[in-house]
Design a protein around this ligand. Structure first.
Ligand code: AR6
Length: 165
């Protein structure tokens, strides 16, 4: 894990926390659009025809150091009984699969759904770490990028614990 701004990550694939319309927004989505080149990225996203919750789609990275952006659509938090954990887990799995499809060696994830979408930070970090540990993938480097101290502390704690604990 690292603490910082995901747009600065020197990896093959940067994951975006997008919306089903892939129409851009605030938070990490806004930061990625600004850094990648908003006009080009908007145009590329428009061609994709949206994305289901729990799924992800690739565009080029444009002005980012990353070659690709994986636009993942996390679930909106509705209290936890609406399949949120499975949908969030699916985002991480789909991004790993896309990274493998393009032969990526490295990928960086933001804390999907934990901003505007309201997913509790600890619950989301548990899903992220457990899913990444449990999903076989060819990608060699998987980085969790924390934008705030709380998320950074959670990742440190969970990554220090043995898998399954
Ligand atoms: N680098 C890394 N993490 C960041 C950055 C950054 N530059 N900026 C924010 N975060 P959010 P969501 C963290 O709201 O909850 C958008 O409008 C942030 O602190 O970006 O999945 C989309 O278009 C938080 O922990 O995404 C959707 O409509 C995490 O990224 C909606 O928001 C995710 O926060 C998606 O909501």
């Amino acid at each position: 894990m690292v603490r910082g701004d995901i747009t600065a990550e020197d990896v093959d694939v940067v994951v975006n926390a997008a919306n089903p319309g892939l129409s851009g927004g605030g938070g990490v989505d806004g930061a990625i659009h600004a850094a990648a080149g908003a006009a080009e990225l908007h145009a590329a996203c428009r061609l994709l025809g949206g994305c289901a919750v729990g799924d992800a789609k690739l565009t080029p990275g444009f002005n980012l150091r990353a070659r690709y952006i994986a636009h993942a659509v996390g679930p909106l938090w509705r209290g936890g009984d609406a399949g949120e954990a499975e949908l969030l887990s699916s985002c991480y799995r789909r991004c790993l699969a896309l990274a493998d499809e393009v032969g990526a060696r490295s990928i960086a994830f933001p804390a999907i759904s934990t901003g505007v979408y309201g997913y509790p930070r600890r619950a989301a970090a548990l899903v992220a770490v457990a899913t990444l540990r449990a999903t076989p993938a060819a990608v060699e480097v998987v980085r969790l990028v924390a934008f705030d101290d709380t998320t950074a502390a959670l990742y440190r704690e969970l990554l220090a614990a043995p898998a399954g604990s």
